[in-house]
Design a protein around this ligand. Structure first.
Ligand code: UD2
Ligand code: MN
Length: 348
């Protein structure tokens, strides 16, 4: 009897040992799985010190993180306040044999109209907006000079050309409103340069960045003896921050044909108690490529009457009611080409 009770006890003991074994295997699996999960959750760029008792996966993961960190480029420093690449007064050339392909070859670092300085973080991100119709040669000359000019200024920039579709009367101001609205869909540009297609800057110390106040960049040009045309003149090339332009509700949309729209913008700026600033005259110099008045951009005889109404209508007429139909957006190597139907003059 006594012998048989010993047998029973041993048999039960066997099951007990078996049970213990199964439990410890389960516990080990659970711990191992937990460790693996932990190593998956570690951020890839975090450097970890390897501690005793960590799993192999954990160690490998840490090593991988160190390599990742070594391969990640060091964060770029801010570009200097004054770019070391500036040259001052430039010798401009307007070769009739120049082609778009030549300009593309000269600007390999530009993609889809956009450029960032390779070695430093630009101080401003700037969208250049060019209103355009049938001025291909002028556009070519401008791109030829402007791309290297902006690169020497170490800017993050993109060039947008806003093409008016059809042959209705030209509307420079409305095209520039469209450019602003469309460019902001790509990137949160902090500064906008509103730029005639035929004006080529002569000195790269004329910085294409925005100021605390709206900036007028054309003090003088070849055709006017490099003198300011009149006090309050705000045409040709202007720079406004995203907020300054938003504050004045952009340009008016109702100036069809030549003239008045630039003065209208000045009135909007003044109504907001902002003050127009200009770079020194020896720097803010431009060459205007010679041209005659385009057909479809006849003088706007209504401009004086419209200018008289600006203080009453600026809140309603501008970015807020800028209606247009985008026909195409082509991301070409040197610029973004936005073709737009902006309608035609309405009786007012
Ligand atoms: C002056 C101003 C300009 C604007 C205009 C009156 C200067 C240097 N410029 O220019 O900013 O206020 O008067 O509206 O003072 N454009 C085309 N295709 C056309 C017509 C115009 O692309 O068929 C564009 C182009 O970007 C051109 C700009 O509109 O540069 C202004 O037109 P403009 O050059 O004929 O007028 P302009 O030189 O008198
Ligand atoms: Mn012109």
């Amino acid at each position: 009897m006594a012998f048989c009770s010993v047998c029973k006890f041993l048999r039960r003991g066997k099951y007990f040992v078996l049970l213990l074994l199964v439990l410890s295997v389960l516990a080990w699996i659970a711990t191992f799985a937990g460790e693996t999960m932990k190593s998956v959750q570690v951020s890839p760029t975090t450097v970890q010190t390897v501690h005793k008792g960590e799993t192999l996966e954990g160690e490998l993961n840490s090593l991988r993180s160190v390599t990742d960190l070594q391969n990640t480029p060091a964060p770029k420093v801010k570009c200097p306040e004054e770019s070391p690449l500036l040259q001052g007064a430039l010798k401009l050339s307007f070769e009739s044999s120049l082609t778009l392909k030549d300009v593309e070859q000269e600007n390999k670092a530009v993609a889809e109209g956009q450029y960032r300085p390779p070695d430093c973080t630009a101080r401003q991100s700037v969208a250049i907006l060019i209103p355009h119709r049938n001025r291909e040669k002028h556009l070519l000359y401008l791109l030829h000079h402007l791309h290297p000019f902006l690169q020497r200024q170490q800017l993050h920039y993109s060039i947008y050309v806003i093409q008016q579709a059809g042959d209705a009367t030209f509307n420079r101001a409305k095209l520039l409103n469209v450019g602003y609205l469309e460019a902001l869909k790509d990137y949160n540009w902090e500064c906008f340069i509103f730029h005639d297609v035929d004006l080529v800057p002569e000195n790269d110390y004329n910085l294409y960045i925005c100021d605390k106040q709206p900036k007028h960049l054309v003090v003088g040009r070849n055709a006017t003896g490099y003198k300011l045309r009149y006090k309050g003149y705000f045409g040709g090339v202007t720079a406004m921050t995203k907020d300054q332009f938003h504050k004045v509700n952009g340009f008016s949309n109702i100036y069809w044909g030549w003239g008045g729209e630039d003065d209208d913008l000045r009135i909007r700026v003044e109504l907001q108690k902002m003050k127009i600033v200009r770079p020194p005259p020896d720097v803010a110099r431009y060459t205007m490529v010679f041209h005659k008045r385009d057909s479809g951009n006849e003088i706007n005889k209504d401009r004086m009457r419209l200018l008289g109404r600006t203080p009453q209508v600026w809140r309603k007429d501008g970015l807020k009611n800028c209606l247009y139909k985008t026909l195409s957006i082509e991301r070409l190597p040197l610029y973004v080409n936005v073709t737009v139907d902006i309608g035609k003059p309405q009786a007012s």
